[in-house]
Design a protein around this ligand. Structure first.
Ligand code: DC
Length: 336
């Protein structure tokens, strides 16, 4: 089940105004989420005590939303609360949590965090903990997580499979027209699709990391991937992790963080991650690879790994996941 939230205010306490406000709220929720009747389990409205002339549930029924149980309840009177406000929790059968919540008129002030499209950019070197934090933020804020590294990994994997040297610009450019990378979401997780095949697991192999770093240095590859990333970020709120999100992909992102850590600590995190996947890699070798990848990602000419001027830097070397998430959330709350 997924709940879609909505709220609106009514300009005056008349039957007509309540009808048109409730209808407009429901119409927008159904339209932007492309909702079908069959997906709806119930409507739960609440209203402030200064509304008397009609029930929102009755107005909804009159507006044609009569295909699932409707219920309305009075909200407690809270000092300083919004006047003549109607809120809605719409219970749906959707599995996908990436729904749009709608706040209209005076109610827009209530939940700017969920009613406006916003992006959180998390940049930083390999193993800094960006993806762990990004996944938690996406879950807690009920927004999409876009792992942009996975897209470059898919490009790297294709090159490896075709025997194309990921460093060879000409050969990579020849491969590009036949390269089809997509991201899909199911079960709350990103699935990276390469030429129709789900490669989400294959791209995590250690051999793919360096290929991804090398291939991502070519402008033609980046242009293709960045276009997709911008398209996704513009259509819904999301947290994106990568190397150039705050600097190049979304320079106007509302929230920007640069997550970093000591290279040995990052190598140890990757070491454990690979061990858990059943891959055995020597720690020293892994550390050397991470240092080489940092160098290659930061020194490439086109859109390198860089800390955007307005990004908040968090060094996670001595921090656990919970404290990094808390630090990021504190900044987000202070800016909302
Ligand atoms: O985050 P990751 O380890 O999955 O990324 C793999 C490689 O992809 C990384 O070494 C550099 C490249 N990359 C990039 O250039 N730009 C991004 N936004 C994300 C990743």
């Amino acid at each position: 089940m997924t709940i879609i939230r909505g709220a609106t205010t009514v300009d005056n306490d008349s039957k007509e105004e309540i009808f048109s406000s409730v209808k407009s709220l429901l119409d927008e929720i159904f339209e932007v989420n492309a909702l079908q009747k069959e997906e709806i389990s119930g409507f739960l409205f609440s209203l402030t005590t200064d509304i008397h002339s009609n029930h929102p549930a009755k107005a909804a029924r009159e507006a044609g939303y009569d295909f699932a149980p409707l219920f309305a309840a009075i909200e407690p009177e809270i000092n300083g609360g919004l006047e003549r406000c109607i809120r809605l929790m719409l219970f749906t059968e959707r599995k996908d949590k990436n729904v749009k919540h709608i706040y209209q008129k005076g109610a827009k002030a209530l939940r700017k965090d969920i009613s406006e499209i916003y992006n959180i950019a998390l940049d930083g070197p390999a193993g800094s903990g960006k993806s762990t934090v990004a996944k938690i933020l996406a879950k807690d804020y009920n927004i999409l997580y876009l792992d942009t590294g996975a897209m470059y990994r898919a490009c790297g994997l294709k090159a490896l499979r075709l025997g194309v040297d990921p460093k060879n610009r000409e050969a990579v450019e020849k491969m590009l027209p036949g390269l089809n990378v997509k991201v899909e979401y199911s079960g709350g997780a990103q699935h990276t699709i390469l030429d129709g095949e789900d490669v989400s697991s294959a791209i995590r192999e250690n051999a793919v990391s360096m290929a991804a770093s090398s291939i991502s240095a070519h402008p033609a590859v980046r242009i293709k991937m960045v276009e997709m990333q911008r398209e996704i970020a513009k259509s819904m709120s999301c947290v994106l992790d990568g190397r150039d999100i705050g600097s190049t992909v979304l320079p106007d992102a509302k929230f920007k963080f640069y997550i970093t850590a000591d290279s040995k600590i990052r190598a140890m995190r990757r070491f454990k991650e690979l061990q858990e996947r059943g891959e055995t890699v020597e720690f020293e070798k892994l550390h050397a690879e991470i240092v080489a990848r940092d160098k290659q990602d930061s020194e490439r000419e086109f859109s390198p790994l860089v800390c955007a001027d307005d990004a908040i830097v968090i060094d996670t070397s001595e921090m656990n996941v919970e404290s990094v998430v808390a630090a990021v959330k504190a900044v987000i709350q202070s800016k909302i």
